[in-house]
Design a protein around this ligand. Structure first.
Ligand code: GDG
Length: 487
């Protein structure tokens, strides 16, 4: 490992948010899969994390608080966005176009022409922050769909060093990608990275099919190797599938701690039913929360014998609350919870326990540990780390994972999990019934299979394989890329 080189992580958001409340800035840890994965590999490496602090706060206001909020040996560098940039780059291009489109929900897209120029302008702003904070020898690792043009902007600024990118969300098929008015420009810009990482082989396949259809003159594709090489006018780009994961050891050790075990027992006592089913999601329409609630309602309609015996604990973590579509989703979820509870609640039994807040880490682990069944049913998801976290926190190995076939995690966990189509409410209700009827031996066998697979392909393996890909394509004289995963 090269202790002298810094790792520069660039993502839309910093790993904590700086909210302005009554004129004062409040610093809160942020939630999300990208943050969970990256903070678990930061322990041993000098790192700079560049991102938006997530509010209207000025750089000078954030600067005073920022270092106290840094995880590990990491310096946070804020990129502050003006209100127009927040509206058109973040809410607009990123969340009204790329997020729904890449999750196959094109009818939710708003292809407003004015978003594109600001998306590019903000990508340039992040590129400038890299120039100001990194040395030519540092490793630059860009994350996610907000920053797809960043390598192109860095190249325009004269940067020649190796640039790596990881795509946390799905990459759509050509028929869906075709809807993007800037599809060819976007693909061409991506080819300025040296390494492109995707979650699954089907995302990688989709990316290559999009290249063939919309940027065929820009890259010659060698599709024989596991790590594809794309020969472009500026050089060779490697593209591969690197399924992201979690820190198995850290999660399982912490889940086994006395505090978490006690909290899980208390939760279980409060819920007081035979079967505790758990859902944990950021508030997002891709996570399939209303569909899941309807499937649970169907289960209660179909199986009177389960009344008073099953409870769904649904944790929803506030996210993107200032976007009207998300406010509508919150209302829809709350209406459904109220209507289902209104129909079925009886003395001493409430069918759905609804929690709308961010839990602290131990509370979250206690929820995983207390549950018999995790219901992870996104309509589409890059990976879904909640599915993996639930299984690793199950020290007793007796829980059952019901998992959407549309989550990237399904490719890895399909052998032990019960796979469902999240739109098939009947199928989801049947899967819950099936999971409840599994023998102890079946539950143990399934959960052990999943846990072995996550232990093998944990977050260090993910980071190491990504770094190896960077090193294998790096220019001569480039020192090996290392992310600080080894102790
Ligand atoms: C994106 C992609 C991909 C959730 N509730 C609480 C809490 N969380 C944490 C979980 C988990 C993370 O948030 C959610 O990760 P997911 O992977 O499930 O989903 P996204 O946030 O959409 O992540 C996704 C991921 O990036 C990584 O590449 O898997 O497909 O969409 O880690 O633990 N954390 C705390 N309290 C909560 O209440 N502390």
């Amino acid at each position: 490992m090269n202790a002298g080189k810094k790792l520069i992580i660039v993502s839309n958001r910093l790993p904590c948010s700086f909210e302005k409340v009554n004129g004062n800035i409040r610093v809160e840890p942020a939630s999300g899969g990208l943050i969970t994965a990256m903070t678990s590999i930061l322990r041993n490496k000098e790192t700079i994390w560049i991102g938006w602090p997530g509010s209207d706060a000025e750089e000078s206001e954030v600067a005073a608080l920022i270092q106290g909020a840094s995880p590990g040996n990491c310096r946070l560098v804020p990129v502050c966005l003006s209100s127009v940039e927040q509206a058109k780059f973040y809410h607009g291009f990123s969340n009204e176009i790329l997020w729904p489109l890449f999750h196959d929900l094109q009818s939710r897209c708003n292809f407003a022409p004015c978003y594109w120029a600001i998306y590019r302008q903000v990508n340039k702003k992040y590129a400038m922050a890299v120039l100001q904070n990194a040395d030519e020898s540092d490793y630059v690792w860009v994350h996610d769909y907000h920053l797809l043009l960043m390598a192109e902007e860095l190249r325009k600024l004269g940067v020649t060093r190796t640039l790596a990118y990881f795509h946390h969300i799905p990459f759509p098929s050509p028929d869906i990608f075709a809807k993007l008015p800037w599809r060819s420009e976007m693909l061409r810009a991506m080819l300025n990275f040296n390494v492109l990482g995707f979650q699954t082989s089907s995302d990688l396949r989709n990316f290559v099919r999009c290249l063939r259809r919309f940027a065929s003159g820009d890259a010659r594709i060698n599709s024989e190797a596991k790590l594809l090489t794309l020969e472009t006018n500026h050089g060779v780009v490697s593209a591969g599938a690197f399924p992201i994961s979690i820190d198995f050891q850290e999660f399982s050790t912490r889940a086994a701690s006395t505090g978490v075990t006690r909290m899980a027992a208390e939760l279980r006592q409060n819920i007081n039913v035979h079967h505790c089913v758990l859902g944990v999601d950021r508030l997002d329409y891709t996570k399939g929360i209303p569909e899941r609630l309807r499937a649970f309602e169907l289960l209660l309609d179909q199986s009177i014998e389960l009344h008073r015996k099953v409870t769904l604990v649904q944790v929803v973590v506030p996210s993107r609350e200032d976007i009207p579509k998300y406010q509508e989703l919150k209302q829809e979820v709350e209406r459904l919870v109220a209507s289902i509870n209104g129909r079925f609640t009886r003395d001493g039994w409430v069918p759905i326990h609804y929690v709308y807040r961010r839990l602290d880490r131990d509370e979250l682990l206690a929820h995983y540990k207390a549950a018999d069944i995790a219901l992870v049913t996104p309509l589409k998801d890059g990976m879904n780390l909640v599915a993996k976290e639930f299984c690793v926190a199950q020290n007793g190995n007796e829980g059952v994972l019901i998992l959407s076939e549309c989550a990237g995690a399904a490719q890895q966990l399909k052998i032990g999990a019960l796979l469902v189509n999240p739109n098939d409410l009947d199928g989801v209700a049947s899967a819950i019934r099936r999971a409840m009827m599994f023998s102890r031996t079946e539950r143990l066998c399934r959960m052990r299979t999943i846990r072995r697979s996550i232990a093998r392909e944990n977050v260090s393996a993910w980071a190491e394989s990504f770094c190896n890909a960077v090193n294998s394509c790096a220019a001569e004289g480039h020192e090996p890329f290392a992310c600080g995963v080894s102790a």
